[in-house]
Write a protein that binds this ligand. Structure first.
Ligand code: MN
Length: 724
C-alpha cells in the first residue's frame, strides 16, 4: 500500500485526522527499516504498512495507525522510544512502547505452557486497548504471511500460539473477524489435511446448492419488506475451522447449507429485531433448541443478536442472526467498533465540524482497557458473566513474572523478588540473598514489573531479615518472615534470659536448676521453663523476681548492681559477663538506628519492655525521652576485645552528580576496608546526590578514617555521621 492510499483511507472515515503526522510516521518507519527484508524477500517495511492497513478497516484513530507504522521500530531498528516521543509525541510513544513490550514477552516466554496465564499477561500489559488492537493486527498480518517462514517448527509454534492466545483474546474483546481469520490461518498450518477436506466438502455443498443462497436471501428480504421493515439480509460462509470445531463439539458430520452458512438480518432498531423475528417465526417452522436471545442477555464480550434456526424457504434448514447496524458492527469489530461509536458521539456533541480530532484526542487519552471493561460490564447481566469480567479486572492489580525456566508466577502489584522467592518455595524465600531481574542484579526491595524474568540467588547461610516484612507485598511472604523472626527472637530472648538468671543466682550464692524453676512456673504464670527464660530476656520478669520465687530467703539480700551488659559482648570472656555473641539488630540487644553507636563511642543502654536493651550513643537526642525514667538506663561500656564483628555506622554524604563520582566513593570506602551494607539516595538534584550510607566498620576509629578519606575526595562535597 502506498503512502497516499493509507492516508486517504484514514481521511475517508476521519476527515480531521492528523495527515502530516501520518505522513511523517510513514516516512520515518520506511527509513528506519531501510533495506531489511521479510522471509518472502519483500522489503520489511511492507509489514508495518499492512498492519496499519488492517487497522484502517477497524476505522481506528490516527494515533493507532501511526503506532502500527512504528510498531517494530524500537525492537528491530536503530530508532529509539525517545526519538519517537520527540517526533510524534507522548501518546504514540506510549502505545509503541506497549506493543514493543508485548513483543518482548513473546520472545522471552517460549516455554510458558499455560496459555490462559499468558493471555492474562497480554491483557494486563495492554493497558490501553489500542495496544492490544495493534498487536492483534500485527499477529494477523504475520499469520497471513506465515507460509513464507521456512522452518516448520517455527511456523507451527506461531500457529499454536495464535490459536491458544491471540484468537481467544480477539474473541474476548469481540473482534470476531480477527478471531475467525486467526483461527483459520492457524488451523491451515496445524492440520492442513482436515482443513482441506472440510473445504472440499463445503465447496461441494455450495455447488449443489447452486443459486440457493441468493434465492433464500431474496425471499427473506421480501418477507421482511412486506411487513414494512427495512432490512439488509446477507449470507456468510463459516470458516473451515469453525465448521471443524462444531463437528468436534457435537460429534456430527455436516451435510446441509445450514452447517456452513449463517444468514444475517440487519435492521434499524431493537424493536425491529423482535418484529423481524416474529415475522420469520410466523412464516417458517422453527428448529427446536436453536433460539437464543443475546439481545436482552449479551455474551460476556458484548456481542448482541437474536439467533434462531428455521426450516426456511426452499425447505432448507437455515440459521438466522438478527441485529441492528450498531450491533452488527460490534459483532464484527468488538471493542474497536464500540470505541469508534464513542468518538462519533463525542464529536457530535462538540457540534462543530473539525472538532473530530480534538474529540479523538481527548477520548483517546481517557480511553483505557479497564474503562472498556467496565462498559462491557454494564451490559453483562448474569453472575457468570460478571465473574468473568471481575476476573479480567483483577489482572490490573497483578504482575506476571517468569522463572528462568519460563514458568509464570502471578503476584500482586508492588511485589518484590522476596515475594517471588516465597511464591516459588518458602525455603527459597528463607535463603534468598539476591535477585537477577531480566539478567541484572537488583535490590531485593525492587518492585517487579509485568514480564520480568526473575532469578533468585540463594545461599544456605542466609536467614530472613525482619526488615523484609516492611517491603513484601504477599501475605505468604509476610507470614513466613514473621513466623521465622518470631521464632528467632524467642531463641535469642531465651538465651539472654537464661544467662541473666544464671548471673543473678550465682551472684547471690544460689544454684540455678531446671527443677527449681519448674516448681515456680505456675506462680509466675509461665507454661515452660523456656517461656520463663523468654519472659526474663524480654524484661517482662526480672531475674530477681525469679530468684526470690525459688529461694524466698534471697528476698533479704540487697539488689545487685546494674549489669554492665555490653562489656560482655564477646563470648570468650569468662569473667561472669553475659556472652551475647550473635545477637543481631532487632533482637534482645540492639543498636539504636538513630545514632548507630560504634565501639569507641560512649554509650548507654535503655531497657524497653518486650524488646530488651537498646544501645545509644551518650549524646543521642533520643535519650531525652527517657530523662525521667532512670530505672530504664543501663550503664554500658565496650569490651576491650570488641571489634571482631563489624558494626554499622551511618553516614550522610553529598556527592556531585558527575560521571565517576559514585565510583570514586565506593573505591575510597573499599580501599579502607569498610563495607557498604545499605545505601539510600535521599535527594537527587541536577548537580548532587544526597545519600545515606550504612558502613560496616570495626569501630569508631575505623569510621573516622573512612570519613577523613572521603572528605579528601574531590567528587564528594560533604560527609557527616548521620544523626536522626
Ligand atoms: Mn510486527
Amino acid at each position: 500500500m502506498r503512502q497516499y492510499e493509507l492516508v486517504e483511507r484514514v481521511r475517508a472515515y476521519d476527515p480531521g485526522a492528523d495527515e502530516d503526522r501520518l505522513n511523517r510516521a510513514y516516512v520515518y518507519a520506511l527509513k528506519a527499516h531501510g533495506s531489511q527484508t521479510r522471509d518472502n524477500g519483500d522489503p520489511y517495511f511492507s509489514h508495518p504498512v499492512e498492519v496499519a492497513g488492517i487497522l484502517t478497516e477497524l476505522k481506528l484513530d490516527s494515533a493507532s495507525i501511526c503506532t502500527a507504522l512504528l510498531h517494530d521500530v524500537v525492537e528491530d531498528t536503530e530508532g529509539t522510544l525517545a526519538e519517537i516521543e520527540r517526533l510524534f509525541g507522548g501518546e504514540i510513544a506510549r502505545l509503541v512502547d506497549g506493543v514493543t513490550k508485548l513483543n518482548r514477552i513473546e520472545l522471552q516466554s517460549e516455554h510458558t505452557k499455560a496459555a490462559e496465564n499468558f493471555r492474562k499477561l497480554v491483557l494486563a500489559m495492554s493497558e490501553d486497548i489500542r495496544v492490544l488492537l495493534v498487536k492483534l493486527a500485527d499477529r494477523l498480518h504475520n499469520m497471513r504471511t506465515l507460509h513464507f517462514i521456512k522452518s516448520d517448527e517455527r511456523r507451527r509454534r506461531i500457529a499454536r500460539e495464535t490459536m491458544d492466545i491471540y484468537a481467544p483474546l480477539a474473541e474476548r474483546i469481540g473482534l470476531q473477524r480477527f478471531k475467525d481469520e486467526l483461527d483459520d490461518l492457524a488451523f491451515a498450518e496445524l492440520n492442513p489435511e482436515a482443513r482441506d477436506s472440510i473445504r472440499q466438502r463445503m465447496e461441494f455443498l455450495q455447488e449443489r446448492g447452486g443459486y440457493l443462497t441468493e434465492r433464500i436471501i431474496d425471499r427473506l428480504n421480501r418477507d421482511l419488506s412486506s411487513e414494512g421493515m427495512e432490512a439488509w439480509v446477507s449470507g456468510r460462509i463459516k470458516t473451515p475451522y469453525s465448521v471443524w470445531r462444531k463437528m468436534q463439539k457435537r460429534n456430527v458430520g455436516f451435510e446441509q447449507l445450514a452447517d456452513i452458512m449463517a444468514f444475517r438480518v440487519v435492521v434499524k432498531d431493537i424493536g425491529d429485531c423482535y418484529r423481524a423475528l416474529g415475522a420469520l417465526h410466523g412464516r417458517y417452522p422453527t428448529v427446536p433448541g436453536r433460539f437464543k436471545d443475546y439481545l436482552s442477555t449479551p455474551k460476556p464480550n458484548g456481542y448482541r443478536s437474536l439467533h434462531t434456526g428455521l426450516i426456511g424457504p426452499e425447505q432448507q434448514r437455515i440459521e438466522v442472526q438478527i441485529r441492528t447496524t450498531e450491533m452488527h458492527e460490534y459483532a464484527e469489530y468488538g471493542v474497536a467498533a464500540h470505541w469508534k461509536y464513542k468518538q462519533g458521539a463525542a464529536a457530535g456533541e462538540a457540534g462543530a465540524p473539525g472538532a473530530t480530532e480534538g474529540a479523538y484526542q481527548v477520548e483517546g487519552r481517557k480511553f483505557r482497557w479497564i474503562r472498556e471493561l467496565l462498559d462491557i460490564l454494564e451490559h453483562a447481566s448474569n453472575p457468570e458473566e460478571f465473574l468473568e469480567h471481575t476476573k479480567l479486572e483483577m489482572y490490573q492489580d497483578q504482575v506476571f513474572c517468569f522463572t528462568p525456566k519460563g514458568d509464570l508466577i502471578a503476584l500482586p502489584r508492588g511485589a518484590t523478588p522476596v515475594d517471588f522467592a516465597y511464591a516459588v518455595h518458602s525455603e527459597v524465600g528463607h535463603t534468598c540473598v539476591g535477585a537477577r531481574v531480566n539478567g541484572r542484579m537488583m535490590p531485593l526491595r525492587t518492585a517487579l514489573q509485568n514480564g520480568d524474568q526473575v532469578e533468585i540467588v540463594t545461599s544456605k547461610a542466609q536467614q530472613p531479615s525482619a526488615d523484609w516484612e516492611n517491603f513484601v507485598a504477599t501475605g505468604k511472604a509476610k507470614a513466613a518472615i514473621r513466623r521465622w523472626v518470631r521464632q528467632e527472637q524467642r531463641d535469642q530472648f531465651a538465651t539472654l534470659g537464661r544467662e541473666m538468671l544464671e548471673r543473678q543466682f550465682r551472684s547471690d550464692g544460689y544454684e540455678l536448676t531446671e527443677k527449681g524453676l519448674t516448681g515456680i512456673l505456675k506462680k509466675l504464670k509461665q507454661d515452660t521453663v523456656a517461656d520463663l527464660y523468654v519472659a526474663v530476656g524480654q524484661g517482662n520478669l526480672t531475674a530477681r523476681e525469679v530468684l526470690v520465687s525459688v529461694f524466698p530467703a534471697a528476698r533479704e539480700a540487697k539488689p545487685s548492681k546494674i549489669v554492665p551488659l555490653a562489656r560482655a559482648r564477646r563470648s570468650k570472656r569468662k569473667d561472669g559477663a553475659l556472652p551475647l555473641k550473635g545477637l543481631i539488630p532487632g533482637m534482645a540487644v540492639h543498636f539504636a538506628a538513630c545514632c548507630h553507636p560504634l565501639p569507641g563511642d560512649r554509650v548507654v543502654g535503655i531497657v524497653t519492655t518486650g524488646k530488651g536493651v537498646t544501645v545509644h550513643t551518650i549524646d543521642c537526642d533520643t535519650l531525652a525521652q527517657f530523662q525521667d525514667q532512670p530505672e530504664r538506663w543501663v550503664d554500658l561500656s565496650w569490651s576491650s576485645e570488641a571489634g571482631e564483628e563489624p558494626f554499622t555506622g551511618r553516614l550522610q554524604v553529598v556527592v556531585s552528580n558527575e560521571p565517576g563520582s559514585l565510583g570514586s566513593l565506593t573505591t575510597v570506602i573499599g580501599r579502607h576496608e569498610a563495607n557498604i551494607s545499605n545505601l539510600k539516595i535521599t535527594n537527587r538534584s541536577l548537580d548532587f546526590f544526597e545519600m545515606l550510607i550504612d558502613l560496616e566498620v570495626e569501630d569508631l576509629k575505623h569510621l573516622t578514617h573512612v570519613i577523613a578519606a572521603l572528605r579528601a575526595t574531590p567528587a564528594i562535597s560533604s560527609v557527616e555521621r548521620a544523626r536522626s
